[in-house]
Design a protein around this ligand. Structure first.
Ligand code: ADP
Ligand code: ZN
Length: 590
């Protein structure tokens, strides 16, 4: 608010700086404006052989010089092989460092105008705030008729789609829900690895509901100057309200919603706090059931500020997973629809070869293959184009990328998860194993098995012990199959869970023969210091006993374990009915 008093003077300074910059710019750099050309027309021109020279830089645009001397600007596709592609077409490629060159004078001009612009931008924002008028629009909505994405365009993630269907219905018919007194969800967080289709999914929600889609990125709101980000948030919601119903999508929500005490700048990032608070207050300021929903995306749910996740804010969290075999095939089919595939291409085989690929990576694989085929002018995309693209995409992947997980690691994960599933079925048949998978989720290392224990108020001793056994079963299977020296760190969460349950049984619930009904916390408070060591001792003994029982159980059913693991390696995901079939087949054979 300090700025308010200075508006006049700083406006004048900003004006002078900008005018000076413009005049200097005109004097030094007076190349004419270039015509813009859509990228596909540019490609056609390349094919015709009409293009002579390309000026390539780091910017979003590239300049093309035609053989007849005309110049055009078109989009920079930023693909890895673009330069090579141009060269093979006999086009001269000139690499330009900066967008336009002009030496030091030019950088000075840029600096001057940037400073001027910033002063201007801040003032504009502050004064706009004061007058409550919408200024130039920062956010553009895609109107419903142009959204063009539906749930059908998102392959896999059926569970996520199912729960988002309800949201679509809410947006379409808020009145229906109001009548029943239901409150519309305001914020949904989609979380999962990069490229899994979170943006696509958000867009599909708008597409299904037939409302405008406004997409922004969290980083757009994190500015150097305090107050700018918050002002932009208010602009965003003002804009959204002007549409009535709509979907607001905030990508990289962590840029502004990271835990406040996290990181080196701990405790004091005013700008981010203000921006976050503005977001939260805008969200709680919605009229009930207005038909605006905010969908945010992040790669990691665990680093978000709790304030964001509270009820009435982003209280729905939906994981978007890496695609398994079936989904990969769907994605490949979806993205090859408009591409001339040769008969030599076997998409099913390709789906098998692309374990741990995200949807985005599969899409880029097919795109690279198409570029390869186009470069050869081969008429169709052949298996060798795909092979070549495969290595380009893998080589371009980050080092720690999941798609480089070794075959051995896959095997360990498969046995580990098979162990959990088998012991669940044997030790606690009342629990359901809804799904096992070896596709990693953001939550854990390997895959996971989902148990849904029946809801009960009291937990029985037998159930608690079964839970411990299920938790230990992953490690036990690893040890039995790969030997003691090859056990992995994959069981750390399991051990945490098992220890937690066991300690409670012994310390608080009187469920241990040796300690009987004594409560160890009370003993300790009353000066029986030895109690601490006793708990440790008893926990260790009991855990060892349970672990041996689990190992015996698995050993007696080794064939089933192997069968589950092998099926996991083959299909990656098993539904409950698949698992039951495998187990049944062996039960009958015995
Ligand atoms: P994220 O937002 O999770 O990083 P995007 O939505 O930006 O991922 O995905 C990038 C592109 O990858 C999409 O535009 C689409 O072409 C492709 N893609 C990713 N996941 C899928 C999917 N499940 N089905 C179809 N295409 C997908
Ligand atoms: Zn486990």
């Amino acid at each position: 608010m300090k700025f308010l008093s200075n508006i006049r003077i700083s406006h004048i300074i900003a004006g002078i700086l900008i005018i000076a910059a413009i005049i200097a710019g005109i004097l030094i750099y007076n190349e004419p404006e270039h015509d813009k050309l859509p990228y596909n027309q540019f490609l056609q021109a390349v094919e015709r052989g009409a293009v002579d020279k390309i000026y390539l830089s780091n910017s979003d645009r590239i300049k093309a010089e035609y053989k007849d001397g005309k110049t055009f600007i078109t989009d920079n596709p930023r693909t890895e092989n673009f330069k090579e592609f141009l060269l093979t077409q006999g086009i001269e490629v000139v690499e330009v460092k900066e967008k336009i060159q002009g030496g030091q004078v030019f950088s000075a001009i840029i600096t001057l105008s940037l400073v001027g612009f910033f002063i201007f931008a801040i003032n504009r924002n502050v004064s706009r705030e004061k007058q409550g008028k919408a200024g130039k629009q920062l956010f553009n909505a895609i109107l419903p008729e142009n959204v063009n994405v539906k749930f059908d365009n998102v392959a896999g993630n059926e569970e996520a789609k199912e729960s988002l269907q309800e949201l679509v219905d809410f947006i379409k018919n808020p009145e229906k829900y109001t009548r029943y007194g239901a409150r519309m969800p305001r914020g949904v967080i989609l979380y999962g690895s990069p490229g899994t289709g979170k943006t696509l999914m958000a867009k599909a929600i708008a597409g299904e509901a037939g409302v405008p889609f406004i997409a922004v990125s969290g980083s757009d709101f994190v500015q150097v100057y305090v107050g700018v980000g918050a002002g932009r948030i208010r602009d965003l919601f003002r804009k959204a309200r002007s549409y009535g119903k709509c979907v607001i999508f905030i990508d990289e929500i962590d840029a502004l919603g990271k835990k406040r005490d996290a990181g080196l700048d701990g405790g004091g990032n005013d700008e981010r706090d203000q921006t976050l608070n503005a977001l939260l207050s805008e969200m709680s300021g919605f009229h009930e059931n207005q038909g605006i929903v905010v969908i945010a995306a992040t790669n990691r749910l665990d680093i978000l500020d709790e304030a964001l996740l509270r009820p009435g804010r982003f209280d729905r969290h939906i994981e978007i997973q890496l695609p398994d075999l079936k989904s990969r095939l769907k994605i490949l089919k979806l993205h090859s629809k408009n591409k001339p595939l040769d008969d030599s291409v076997n998409l099913e085989k390709l789906a098998h070869q692309t374990v741990y690929f995200s949807g985005a990576k599969l899409e880029s694989l097919l795109n690279e293959a198409a570029i390869n085929a186009a470069r050869r002018s081969s008429g169709s995309i052949q298996a060798k184009d795909i092979d070549k693209a495969f290595y380009t995409v893998i080589a371009g992947a980050e080092k720690k990328d999941r798609s480089t997980i070794s075959e051995q690691d896959r095997k360990i994960t498969a046995y580990h998860e098979a162990g959990h599933a088998l012991v669940t079925k044997l030790a606690a048949p009342e629990n359901r194993v809804t799904r096992i998978t070896i596709i990693p989720s953001t939550k854990g290392s390997g895959g996971f098995s989902m148990n849904i224990p029946p809801d009960r108020m009291y937990h029985r001793k037998k159930e608690m012990e079964s839970s411990i056994k299920i938790a230990l079963a992953g490690r036990a299977a690893e040890e039995l199959i790969f030997g003691e020296e090859n056990i992995t760190t994959g069981a750390s969460n399991d051990l945490e869970k098992a220890t937690e349950i066991l300690i409670n049984m012994i310390r608080r619930f009187g469920m241990n023969d040796k300690s009987g009904l004594l409560n160890y916390d009370v003993l300790y408070k009353n000066g029986f210091r030895q109690a601490q060591n006793d708990v440790l001792e008893e926990c260790k003994n009991r855990m060892d006993e349970l672990y041996s029982e689990v190992k015996n159980l698995i050993e007696q059913n080794m064939k089933v374990l192997v069968a589950i693991a092998e099926n996991l390696l083959k299909y990656e995901t098993l539904e409950e009915k698949d698992l039951n079939l495998i187990i049944q087949a062996y039960a009958e054979a015995v």
